[in-house]
Design a protein around this ligand. Structure first.
Ligand code: BEZ
Length: 326
């Protein structure tokens, strides 16, 4: 190649280099779950996928275990653009957009397969579309944790045994209403505080799914697990709307595709693993009390009465659940 023919090629190469440098970004993604949790693994998987797909031009640094603050604080950071991305409980989203409370309708999903189908519904997708306007975040898709159980100190044989018990809940209103209706003393507390609170007697029961009961060894501090499957527990992958606004169309499409794939994988993992974790807990000798909706008396119906006033989509959500049940 002589000098004249190599010049355009050199300019083209330089232009490509400048373009890729200009759009390179290191995103920060926050979440409250500890390193060994499936949500954290999903976030790390997404970070690896994005780095690989962009030859390292886009990277994601993950901040698990509430390093950037609790979920309410991370939501605020997403809104101001101080945080780029987060995997948050839908519980936190429902504190800002009460329609999302409908996902916590007691006994909405009969099992995790069913929960996965509810999360794939048109209604669930439509609800994500409201998020930029109502909460300043873009919802990429849903993940989830296992169905909710109750681990308690001491023996329990009926719901009456839960009356007045200081029972840890995730900080959000639908679950607060559920346990208030039951006559327990619900105590809002984020996930990272749970082990110590149970160990030092600040609470004597917890609302939780099987994964942390097993992996974070909550079973060591509990005598009974009430296997009630009383609620599903969705998660949502979010990008700050401010950050999204300045991304190229190409970056948005790539990030949405890769994050959604890891969220889908997260849902599929719980469908398989949740029962295994529960069996591992059972294997420790912890007492199991397997119950159905009747254990909670009229609480589920009373909950629906309250939440049909708070969430405009509760009726539709119950219809989706009925249509997707097997
Ligand atoms: C909880 O608050 O119980 C929770 C939060 C995130 C993942 C799993 C459980």
């Amino acid at each position: 190649m002589n000098r004249l023919t190599s010049l355009p090629a050199a300019i083209a190469a330089l232009t490509m280099l400048l373009a890729s440098t200009a759009s390179a970004a290191d995103f920060r993604l926050g979440l409250i779950t500890p390193p060994q949790h499936i949500w954290t693994e999903a976030a790390e998987g997404f970070a690896a996928d994005l780095a690989e797909a962009t030859d390292g031009a886009h990277t994601v640094t993950t901040f698990p275990a509430q390093q950037l603050g609790n979920e309410a604080e991370m939501m605020q950071q997403l809104q101001t653009g101080a945080l780029d991305m987060a995997f948050l409980t839908v519980a936190e989203v429902s504190n800002r957009v009460p329609d999302f409370g409908a996902f916590y309708a007691p006994f909405l999903a009969t099992d995790l397969d069913h929960a996965g189908r509810i999360l794939q519904s048109d209604l669930a997708a439509r609800m994500l579309e409201d998020l930029p306007g109502k909460a300043g975040v873009v919802g990429i898709g849903y993940g989830m944790a296992g169905l909710r159980q109750i681990a308690t100190k001491g023996e329990v044989s009926s719901a009456a045994d839960l009356k007045g018990k200081k029972l840890r809940i995730t900080p959000f209103k639908p679950i607060l209403d559920f346990y208030n209706l039951l006559g327990a003393a619900p105590t809002p507390m984020p996930l990272p505080a749970v082990y110590d609170a149970l160990a030092n007697g600040q609470v004597n029961a917890i609302d939780m799914d099987a994964e942390p009961i097993w992996k974070l060894k909550y079973y060591e501090q509990a005598d009974t697990v009430i296997v009630s499957n009383h609620m599903m527990f969705p998660m949502v992958g979010l990008v700050s709307a401010k950050v999204w606004k300045v991304m190229s169309e190409q970056d948005r499409a790539l990030i949405a595709k890769l994050m959604k794939a890891r969220l889908d994988e997260c849902v599929a993992t719980y469908i398989v693993k949740d029962a295994e974790w529960l069996e591992q807990v059972r294997g420790t000798g912890t007492a199991f009390l397997e119950v159905g909706p009747e254990f909670f008396g009229d609480v589920p119906a009373e909950w629906d009465k309250i939440w049909s006033q708070q969430s405009a989509v509760l009726g539709e959500m119950r219809d989706v659940a009925a249509d997707t049940a097997e």
